[in-house]
Design a protein around this ligand. Structure first.
Ligand code: 8Y4
Length: 285
């Protein structure tokens, strides 16, 4: 049986790399920022990404940009629940909730989410129990420090060893809390307390993490490191770099890539899949 994730009844097959489309539900500073506009815009964007070929969506109500204002549980729920309800009703793909708050995890899954994506790796108070209670797959991501200051001066003696050790510990904690290993995924947390050099080292050595025995998710889309390497100061100018980075991540073991540019990424992975499909010549041939 090839690997798959049961996302509250929606099956995500991992026989090939899958594309997670990003849906940020943050009040649009251009429109009047009303709740209706925000929900409408987010739902429309999610539907567009599914049209472009997204295999699942990641719904986030709180930005992790350094300096971003914290969002209350109430506000985060107001933002994400209507979007999850509508997208779950109008598409067939699994819906992931990007949150580290236990209350949001529970409410999002009740509203139709089938995966939890936690940048804190379930380290917030109550998060392990909340995630275990939902029964859905969970992405455990590495982060050094906190979003507010993690990029000030990231330092590691050995970034691969330290990220690996962190993920081993979070996997253990999750299994001890009752989350089945088949419901666990890991993520190296590109850009979360890392310099560009750290990010490239982790990308280069991604295969080191496959021994953990769980699917790996990679998220490099439009990130600052790609801008530094290409001189593209605007995130929307980083599409080619993002596609390249995610193709490399998949070649080095990632099974899910978290992206803004779904259509471009889907096309790039089709080429990878075509090459992967070519049988290796028999040794005696
Ligand atoms: C919620 N979330 C984020 S938000 C940061 C972001 O996209 N920054 C960013 C986006 C665009 C431009 C510059 C920076 N990144 C990840 C990730 O790499 N993995 C997982 N699992 N979840 C994640």
């Amino acid at each position: 049986t090839s690997p798959q994730l049961d996302c509250a009844g929606r099956i995500l097959r991992l026989d090939r790399a899958r594309v997670m489309g990003i849906v940020n539900v943050t009040p649009d500073s251009f429109s009047d920022g009303g709740a209706h506009d925000t929900t409408e815009a987010a739902v429309a964007h999610g539907l567009k990404l599914v049209e472009e070929g997204a295999d699942l969506l990641d719904i986030g109500g709180e930005s992790t940009r350094p300096g971003a204002a914290p969002v209350s549980v109430e506000e985060e729920l107001r933002r994400v629940i209507p979007v999850i309800e509508q997208l779950a009703a109008r598409t067939q793909v699994p819906i992931s909730i990007d949150t580290f708050k236990p209350e949001v995890m529970r409410a999002a899954v009740a509203a139709g989410a089938g995966m939890i994506n936690d940048i804190y790796g379930l380290r917030q108070e109550g998060a392990l129990d909340a995630a275990a209670a939902t029964g859905v797959p969970v992405v455990l991501m590495h982060m050094q420090g906190e979003p507010g200051h993690m990029q000030a001066d990231p330092h590691y003696d050995d970034v691969v060893a330290e990220v690996h050790g962190f993920l081993v510990q979070r996997l253990f904690a999750a299994e001890m809390a009752g989350i089945a290993k088949k419901n666990l995924l890991i993520d190296l947390g590109f850009g979360f307390g890392k310099t560009t050099a750290h990010n490239m080292t982790l990308l280069a050595r991604s295969e080191r993490f496959l021994e953990l025995g769980v699917p790996m998710l990679a998220g490099l889309s439009r990130k600052r490191s790609l801008g530094e390497l290409t001189g593209r100061d605007t995130p929307s100018e980083r599409v080619a770099a993002s596609v390249a980075a995610h193709l490399i991540a998949v070649q080095r073991g990632a099974r899910i890539v978290r992206v803004h540019d779904v259509a471009a990424t889907v096309d790039a992975l089709k080429i990878w899949q075509a090459v992967e499909a070519v049988p290796t010549p028999r040794a005696d041939a």
